[in-house]
Ligand binder design. Structure first.
Ligand SMILES: [Zn+2]
Length: 280
């Protein structure tokens, strides 16, 4: 597991960080002439927490608020060794219909609370035209953290006897028929216990309407579970008890068992990024 930081700021405002990047030979991308001031330059850079310069950069970075996005990557060996993983990212294309009715998406799901936008999907999602998924086998739509896959993936999962998912259509909105290109991996099983590192989940927010606590996505590390909790789970696909939220987009992270992760890696299927779960 490696935690990375993607940092962006104006050069004059964070000259100190640019100088540190030079000192530690970290590549900096400069974008010229931003805003109205031609002398203002933006820079972006990526640095991992294992980099020898990170400790000093982190200290200097904290001196003033600066855009610093964390993300965590796992090696294939780490994912293969983990009893469970979760789906951290999917390749995205297109919008769920009706796009203008997001996040309500009538005909598809019921919003459980208008304060936090938790929902229950009761019918297939809809898309305006056949999704262009390029060389990917997995995908999701923009503003939707669901999981869709090409029929080959679904068939393989069924042949392997993986449990805990249903094979749902993705509808072409105007024609009102399913696309033949992808299907939804629909999961509704929810883990009856919490993650162990719940205190690390960023930005816990209590919904003023229903009292449910939502969190921002956990990008600086991974989810941790008690080994004895997960040992009792019989399905291969499950959702977290916790709700994750970003603006009007609310979802539950999808966990997959080791045998599903191995299958995805063995086939070298693209369009998905897995994060190894830590057992504690
Ligand atoms: Zn709510």
């Amino acid at each position: 597991m490696e935690v990375f930081h993607h940092i962006a700021a104006s050069v004059p405002r964070r000259q100190d960080i640019v100088e540190l990047a030079e000192k530690y030979q970290i590549k900096v991308n400069i974008i010229k002439g931003t805003y109205n001031n031609k002398d203002d330059y933006l820079f972006t850079m990526k640095v991992s927490e294992s980099h020898p310069g990170w400790e000093e950069i982190e200290q200097v970075l904290a001196k003033q608020p600066t855009l610093d996005r964390t993300y965590t990557l796992f090696t294939e060996a780490e994912i293969r060794a983990a009893p469970w993983s979760y789906v951290g990212w999917r390749w995205e294309h297109g919008y769920p219909m009706l796009k203008s009715k997001f996040p309500y998406l009538p005909q598809t799901r019921k919003i459980l609370c208008r304060g936090c936008f938790r929902y229950e999907q009761y019918a297939p999602y809809r898309i305006s035209s056949d999704p262009k998924i390029a060389k990917n086998q997995f995908f999701s739509m923009i503003c939707l953290n669901e999981l869709f896959a090409v029929p080959e993936v679904i068939e393989t999962f069924k042949q392997q006897g993986f449990s805990g998912f249903q094979d749902w259509d993705l509808m072409l909105h105007r024609k009102n028929i399913p696309t033949l290109r992808t299907r939804q991996i629909y999961v509704d099983g929810v883990l009856p216990f919490n993650v162990q590192n719940i205190a690390q989940l960023p930005d816990p927010t209590t919904c003023p309407v229903c009292g449910t606590i939502t969190y921002q996505a956990h990008t600086g590390g991974t989810l941790e579970y008690k080994a004895s909790d997960l040992a009792g789970v019989k399905q291969d696909f499950m959702l977290t008890q916790e709700w994750t939220k970003n603006g009007n987009l609310t979802w539950r992270e999808m966990l997959i068992s080791n045998r599903v992760a191995q299958c995805i890696l063995d086939h070298k299927w693209k369009g998905i990024q897995l994060k190894a779960i830590n057992l504690v």
